[in-house]
Structures are given as structure tokens and as C-alpha cells.
Design a protein around this ligand. Structure first.
Ligand code: NDP
Length: 452
């Protein structure tokens, strides 16, 4: 009966959201994993929570006109999906990438609802972005695009309403231009955006938070099995915000990250990655990883054109722990098989939905531990909320204060996901644990607030 109902709702999503495959994938993963809860408590089906929770409260799609350096008017699409505000004001990042569509934003917004609930903080779920490609654009073009994007978005956001942040393609530079325009249009200097620079309302350790939090989470996970991150050989895909600070924290905690990647290739540095040089190439110069390889002749560079057919080069490298930290569906079944063969004991998701469903099934069947992104990468949004608290009280905490809170939040997220997996007789299955814990908090709040 419950399974039939879940299938019915999933079929409805497929029909009503054509072409939104990633959203459908995210909904299927959540709904299938919460079946034990739906069976144990009939209120959720009686109150039509599944039908209600998969429809965003509001989806805003807008035109973004901007002028390029040659004086030509260019047009992109802008999105903000305000998915669920049952437990607090909408909160979630903005992604600027040519692949962004309504389906992408809905998948990310849907995931964000449960991730935010897991942090234990009162924030609802949202996501936004644009199909604008920041690559190859001048600084002035990025600024004009951000200003134009905010000229529409500012109507829908606010510190008690919806608080955007960064994501792929939106780092501190873009947040600066977005915030500047928000302030100009509203006249308010307030905490309506997070990920701000530390001189103008940002929180120390926000930049590091997702990556550091991901490593803290992995360590908590390993501890249950009498292991620790120290001494482990690690792979970290991507080389953006999440990946760089995952690598930095791994080194600080005595692990050995040996490989990372970007959209053009993979670097394998067997003796261990050099974080200072990685930051110089990726964070400061915004260059390709090939430059890192040029600086380190003892490392191997694999161009994306030479990846094994249907697989990703990074996951073919032997490791103890894998941190997919670039983008969705970047670790497939073929990659999962290679990881198992290479001795991997834990896959810890730094990105959102980086592992395909068949790869997850295979890893779990083979006894590989799995930390879902919803839990493992929640350190970023949790620290954004700490930024909001500092803005509201006009204070600034030091780096250590924020880092201690972040570590505690990651411990708590692990604890609740693990405890919930146990409660439903799936001890150690953190997908079930995290999804049920997040869903239950939001669904109970929706029931309390009635049909709105
Ligand atoms: P960045 O834009 O800083 O970095 C993304 C990295 O992934 C870059 O190295 C980029 O390569 C690479 N990449 C992007 N798309 C692809 C692709 N299609 N194929 C291969 N590589 C790709 O983004 P973030 O580090 O902020 O985000 C990474 C992931 O983490 C995303 O899934 C995001 O949603 C998630 N996340 C981010 C949070 C945050 O606080 N930033 C919080 C929680 C989750 P290149 O350098 O060539 O562009």
C-alpha cells in the first residue's frame, strides 16, 4: 500500500515535470528511503505530505539581460525556486553554470529542504541560479551579469524571507557583486545573502566550512568502525571551493589526498597534493589543473579526452576514502566498481547527488560505507546560518569559535542520521537515516501549520 502510493507520486512527478530527470532522481531517492517511516506513521500519507512536499511553494524564472565587453546585449535565464518554508525562511545557494535548468534548480532545492532540516537550525529550502557561464568572462562582465541578475532577484529575497548563498560558479567575487547591487536597490545593509567577505558581514570559516565539515563528517563515520581519517589515502574530485578545503582539512588531519580534478582533467600526485600550489592555480588564477601538473613534474595529468570510456579517471586510482566534491552524477557504476577494486572503504559525498543510484546500490552491496551529501556537505549551509546569527547580533566570532561550532554541528548531524538509521532497523545506512530525520522534521512542521 505505501510502496504503491510512493510509486504513484513518483509517476506523477515524471509526468508533471518532463525533462527534469535530476529532480526525479532526487525525489525517488528520498521517497524510497523514507518508506519505513511512512509505514510506521500513517499521518504522512493521510495528510498528503508527499504530494505537497514535491511542489515548490514558488518557482521564479526571469530574464537576465546584460552587456558584454563588446557592447552587445546578452540574455540568460535566472531562477529561484523557493521550495519549502515549513521550518524557517528559504535558504540555499545560487549556481551559475551553462547546464543549469529549472530541473537542476528543483533537484538542488528539494535536497536542500532536508539538508537544512538536518543541521538542526531553522532554515527552509531553496535554490537558484542561471545558465550563465562565468568561464572566459571578464571581471566587468561578471559584475554586470550579477547586477542584472540581482535587479530582479532582490524583489523576492530578504533576511527573514529568503537568503541566497554561493554554489558552483558563485564564489566570493560573485557574492560581492550580488550583495552590492542588493544594497543599492534596497538601501539595506543586512544579512540577506551569505558567503559575504569578512570585511563586510561575512563569517570567518564560511569559505572553508563545506570542505572542512565534509572531512569532520567522514571522520565521525569512520570512528564508528574503529577507524579514523588520519593515515588514509584519499581522492577528492573537483578543485573548487568544496574540494580545496576538503583537501586542506585532510592534510591537517594527517590524511593523504593524492588526486583531484576539474572539468578538463585529473591530477594524480602520488606523494600527496600540494595545497598551497593548488590554491594558487585554482583559487587565485582560476586556471586549469594542467598548470598544477606543469609545476609538479612528478605528478600525472589525465586530460578529460583520455578518460576511460564511460568512466571518470579519478575513481580508477586506488584509495581508502573517496570524496566526490565536483557535481551531480560524477561517480557512476563503472567508477564504483573501480573504487571497490582499489580498496575504497568509504564514499563521502561533498557535492550534491554526485553518485548515481546504481553506483550507490553497488557500493552498499559491497559493504563500502556511504555518507550522503545531504548530511556530509551540510557544513556550508550550517555556517551560513552562523553568519546570519552574527549579522543579526552585529558581532563577529573568530575563526576558532566558528570552527568549533561547525565541528559540533557535523557531529550532531552524524549522530542524528546514525541514530535514525538504527531506529528503523537499518543501522549504518545513513541514506535512510538522513532522509528520514530530515523529512520527519519538515513533514511534522507542515502538519502543524495546516494546509497553507
Ligand atoms: P565550484 O564552482 O567552486 O567548483 C566546482 C568544481 O567542480 C570545479 O573544479 C569545476 O571544474 C568542477 N566541475 C563542475 N562541473 C563539472 C563537470 N560537469 N564535470 C567535471 N567537473 C566539474 O563549486 P563548489 O565547490 O562550491 O561546489 C561543488 C559541489 O558541492 C556542488 O555539487 C555544490 O552543489 C556542492 N555544495 C557546495 C557548497 C558550498 O558551500 N560551496 C555547499 C554544499 C554543497 P572547473 O574548475 O574546470 O570549473
Amino acid at each position: 500500500m505505501v510502496k504503491t502510493k510512493v510509486e504513484e507520486v513518483l509517476n506523477y512527478i515524471k509526468k508533471s515535470s518532463p525533462g527534469q530527470d535530476e529532480f526525479y532522481q532526487a525525489a525517488r531517492e528520498v521517497f524510497e528511503s523514507i518508506i519505513p517511516l511512512l509505514e510506521a506513521d500513517s499521518r504522512y500519507l493521510e495528510q498528503n505530505i508527499l504530494e505537497r512536499i514535491i511542489v515548490p511553494e514558488r518557482s521564479i524564472i526571469f530574464r537576465v539581460n546584460w552587456i558584454d565587453d563588446s557592447g552587445k546585449i546578452r540574455t540568460n535565464l535566472g531562477y529561484r525556486v523557493q521550495f519549502n518554508s515549513a521550518i524557517g525562511p528559504y535558504k540555499g545557494g545560487l549556481r551559475f553554470h551553462p547546464t543549469v535548468s529549472l530541473g537542476t534548480v528543483k533537484f538542488l532545492g528539494f535536497e536542500q529542504i532536508f539538508k537544512n532540516a538536518l543541521t538542526g537550525l531553522n532554515i527552509g529550502g531553496a535554490k537558484g541560479g542561471s545558465n550563465f557561464d562565468p568561464k572566459g568572462k571578464s571581471d566587468a562582465e561578471i559584475m554586470r551579469f550579477c547586477q542584472s541578475f540581482m535587479s530582479e532577484l532582490y524583489k523576492y529575497i530578504g533576511k527573514n524571507r529568503d537568503i541566497p548563498a554561493g554554489d558552483i560558479g558563485v564564489g566570493q567575487r560573485e557574492i560581492g557583486y550580488l550583495f552590492g547591487q542588493y544594497k543599492k536597490l534596497t538601501g539595506d545593509f543586512d544579512g540577506a545573502i551569505t558567503g559575504k567577505g569578512v570585511n563586510w558581514g561575512g563569517s570567518l570559516a564560511r569559505k572553508q566550512a563545506t570542505g572542512y565539515g565534509s572531512v569532520y563528517f567522514a571522520n565521525e563515520h569512520l570512528k564508528v568502525y574503529n577507524q579514523e581519517i588520519k593515515g588514509k589515502t584519499c581522492l577528492v574530485s573537483g578543485s573548487g571551493n568544496v574540494a580545496l578545503y576538503t583537501i586542506e582539512k585532510l592534510i591537517q588531519m594527517g590524511a593523504k589526498p593524492v588526486a583531484c580534478s576539474d572539468s578538463r582533467g585529473t591530477v594524480y600526485h602520488k606523494k600527496g597534493l600540494d595545497i598551497a600550489s593548488l590554491k594558487a592555480v585554482k583559487e587565485l588564477k582560476r586556471a586549469s589543473l594542467k598548470e598544477y601538473a606543469n609545476l609538479h613534474p612528478d605528478c600525472e595529468y589525465i586530460d578529460v579526452a583520455h578518460y576511460p570510456k564511460g568512466a571518470h579517471a579519478i575513481w580508477q586510482i586506488p584509495c581508502d576514502v573517496a570524496f566526490p566534491s565536483a557535481t551531480q552524477n560524477e561517480l557512476n557504476l563503472q567508477d564504483a566498481k573501480a573504487l571497490v577494486k582499489g580498496g575504497c572503504m568509504l564514499v563521502n559525498e561533498g557535492a550534491n547527488m554526485p553518485t548515481t543510484p546504481d553506483a550507490i546500490d553497488y557500493l552498499q552491496d559491497m559493504g563500502v560505507l556511504f555518507s550522503p551529501g545531504k548530511a556530509a556537505n551540510a557544513g556550508g549551509v550550517a555556517t551560513s546560518q552562523l553568519e546570519m546569527s552574527q549579522n543579526a547580533s552585529m558581532t563577529q566570532w573568530n575563526f576558532e569559535q566558528v570552527d568549533i561550532k561547525l565541528r559540533q554541528i557535523m557531529k550532531n548531524i552524524f549522530k542524528i542520521a546514525y541514530k535514525t538509521s538504527k531506529e528503523f532497523d537499518r543501522t549504518g545506512d545513513l541514506i535512510t537515516g538522513a532522509n528520514i530525520a530530515g523529512f520527519r522534521k519538515v513533514a511534522d512542521s507542515m502538519i502543524d501549520q495546516g494546509s497553507v
